[in-house]
Design a protein around this ligand. Structure first.
Ligand SMILES: Cc1cc2nc3c(=O)[nH]c(=O)nc-3n(C[C@H](O)[C@H](O)[C@H](O)COP(=O)(O)OP(=O)(O)OC[C@H]3O[C@@H](n4cnc5c(N)ncnc54)[C@H](O)[C@@H]3O)c2cc1C
Length: 596
């Protein structure tokens, strides 16, 4: 396995076999003044226009959500990522991600906004003809028209290509007639433009741009949901809905390219929105823990609560490190493709596709960190966490959807591993060489080191070892099951968990290494604590995931050797995680907020 690092960006999925130079990653501490101004504007928007009206929003007060989107449009917030020629601001990807993070703390508003600017707008930006872009994008970027995306049907969710909605060309060749039913459509209640997927002649999966006023389109009632109650979610019905042929989006039979490619960016955005929500809930948790007294003490004085606060922060910090690491990789790739002559929108699409593995990892990790953070938030609030009059109730319910949409977390786990293996089979990713090297290493006498290590040497070695464990387990699975591996989902899930733990642990470590080189060790003691705690726990999780997979696919000597390898590759010098978490929590308790 290569331990050499280069300052050149790694390709998508390459983190599995290569290490990264800490100096080459982007860390949130490097956001520019302009980035921060945009973030402040987004926060101010929530404070002024969203937070005072959360109950009205959740009651689906007629016209309210649409008017909030109008306001966001007036301030230019809907057009941040749309090129200037279509009335947007053409800002870089990192700016769009940072704004999505901040707005991610906006509950249902954040979902409506993300659906509009993401799946509601991007298919047209990426796949539309010049005429389609000219007609729709300026209005979508100001919010004059609101967007939505109709892929899911009652009978087809994860298996999206099994959609039954049909499109048949009219006798005069001027229209497609759409017939069918779409389910769970975000923003449907007020959307003006629907990107709809239907089977042309029964089997050619194709995208269409459908306007609200087209004859034959109608809406179901609002769904009664567990959370994000203020987000409009309805069925959309098509009965001989007449769609002009000019409104075919992309090519006939190539709708899957739109449906799947759009999701890569959607997944990264979902993760960063979850990050914003997590930070907000963490701050609320610290604040509450500082004010709530029991046994004559603020509950933040209790170790059990400190542990929770610190663990919220550590997972958030790791997730943030991974999200902006990937964002920067996407942005760099986008620049590279633009320099090679691609227009901005095509370049971003290609860049996100390159890092599709990482986007799937972010989606799973981000949504699960948010779920963890809100769950502990409820616990810190105790009985008040269970009261609809306190903020944790809404946060807890609103969080849960994130593991379901933009591809369920099961589908994303499967996808992440599948994409890595497919890239290896196509020769884009050399898994074989490093996997063989790991096998050889397993037969050799372990290197016990010389007892002394430089700063981060031990941690970097742990990350390299985690990758060896992954290669060992995944390599064994590939050899054992070959073409039937796809059926061994329990094993694939564990391999995905290993890859996720590696990516997150490596990302937090890279960030802290870079930060230390910028600010000095003394300034980064708490961040080092966070990285070490995360890494220590990630190694234990990796061991368990690996063990589950190994025990399912091997026995006898092979099993013993693999388990021994796993133990060897998930070892690190002991970390006093209790003390480290106490230090992290103390800082937050003093500051009264999430402060990293
Ligand atoms: C509030 C909300 C808003 C939404 N907004 C939109 C929208 O705007 N536009 C849109 O098109 N869709 C939208 N969706 C739909 C959403 O994307 C789907 O619900 C999601 O993709 C899952 O599909 P499903 O609900 O049919 O579940 P299913 O696909 O039936 O999955 C059920 C369970 O089985 C698992 N599963 C399914 N297939 C496999 C497999 N091959 N291997 C292992 N496990 C599997 C899933 O992970 C899940 O746990 C929304 C959904 C909700 C609830």
């Amino acid at each position: 396995m290569s331990t050499t690092t280069s300052s050149k960006s790694l390709k998508g999925g390459e983190f599995v076999i290569k290490s990264t130079d800490p100096q080459s990653v982007f860390i949130p501490e490097e956001f520019s003044e302009e980035h921060r101004m945009m973030a402040d504007m987004a926060h101010e928007f929530l404070v002024q226009h969203v937070y005072p009206h959360l109950d009205r929003i959740d009651a689906l007060e007629p016209g309210l959500m649409a008017s909030l989107l109008d306001k966001a449009g007036e301030l230019g917030m809907l057009g941040v990522s749309i090129p200037e020629e279509y009335g947007g601001f053409g800002k870089d990807f990192l700016t769009g991600m940072l704004m999505t993070e901040v707005l991610g703390a906006g509950h249902s508003f954040s979902v409506a906004m993300a659906a509009h600017t993401g799946i509601g707008t991007l298919p047209i930006l990426y796949f539309g003809t010049a005429q389609q872009k000219a007609r729709y994008l300026p209005k979508l970027s100001t919010g004059e028209w609101k967007g939505s995306y109709c892929l899911t049907e009652p009978g087809s969710g994860s298996d999206a290509l099994a959609a039954k909605t049909k499109a048949v060309l009219s006798a005069d060749g001027k229209h497609y007639l759409l017939n069918g039913q779409k389910m769970w459509i975000t923003n449907a209640g007020f959307a003006d433009v629907f990107t709809v997927f239907a089977q042309v002649d029964g089997d050619k999966f194709t995208g269409f741009i459908v306007e609200k006023g087209y004859e034959g389109l109608s809406l179901g009632e609002e769904e009664h949901k567990m959370g994000i109650k203020g987000s409009s979610t309805r069925q959309v019905f098509f009965m001989d809905c007449k769609v002009p042929v000019e409104n075919v989006l992309g090519e006939i039979g190539k709708g899957h390219l739109i449906a799947f490619n759009i999701l890569n960016i959607g997944r990264a955005k979902l993760a960063v929105a979850a990050l914003g929500g997590s930070k907000q809930v963490c701050t609320q948790s610290v604040d509450y823990a500082n004010t709530r007294q029991q046994f004559k003490l603020p509950i933040s004085k209790f170790g059990a609560i400190k542990h929770k606060l610190a663990e919220q922060a550590i997972r958030i910090f790791a997730m943030e490190s991974a999200i902006y690491r990937v964002s920067n990789l996407i942005e760099q790739k986008e620049q590279e493709l633009m320099a090679a002559g691609q227009p901005m929108e095509k370049a971003l699409l290609g860049a996100a596709e390159e890092y599709a593995v990482e986007c799937a990892i972010l989606k799973v990790a981000g949504s699960e960190v948010l779920d963890f953070v809100v769950d502990e938030g409820v616990q810190i609030y105790g009985g008040y966490g269970y009261s609809a009059d306190f903020p944790m109730d809404r946060a807890y319910r609103d969080s849960r959807i994130n593991r379901i949409f933009e591809g369920t977390n099961e589908i994303n786990r499967l996808l992440a591993v599948d994409m890595i293996l497919k890239r290896a089979m196509k020769g884009e990713l050399d898994l074989m060489g490093p996997a063989m090297a790991v096998q050889k290493e397993l037969m050799a006498i372990p290197d016990f080191g010389n007892g002394e290590s430089k700063l981060f040497e031990e941690e970097n070695k742990a990350i390299a070892n985690m990758k060896k464990a992954l290669l060992m387990v995944a390599g064994t699975a590939v050899q054992k099951y070959m073409m039937t591996l796809a059926k061994e989902q329990e094993i694939l899930m564990r391999i995905a968990d290993m890859a996720i733990d590696i990516y997150m642990a490596e990302s937090i470590l890279l960030r802290v290494q870079k930060l230390t080189s910028l600010k000095g060790e003394g300034e980064c003691a708490l961040q080092m604590d966070m990285a070490r705690v995360y890494l220590s726990d990630a190694l234990d999780r990796l061991h368990i995931s690996g063990k589950n997979a190994v025990n399912a696919m091997s026995e006898g000597d092979e099993q013993r050797m693999l388990l021994m390898g796993l133990r060897r590759f998930s070892k690190m010098a002991p970390v006093n995680t209790v003390e480290a978490r106490r230090r992290v929590a103390s800082k937050m308790i003093t500051e009264g907020k999430y402060c990293f």
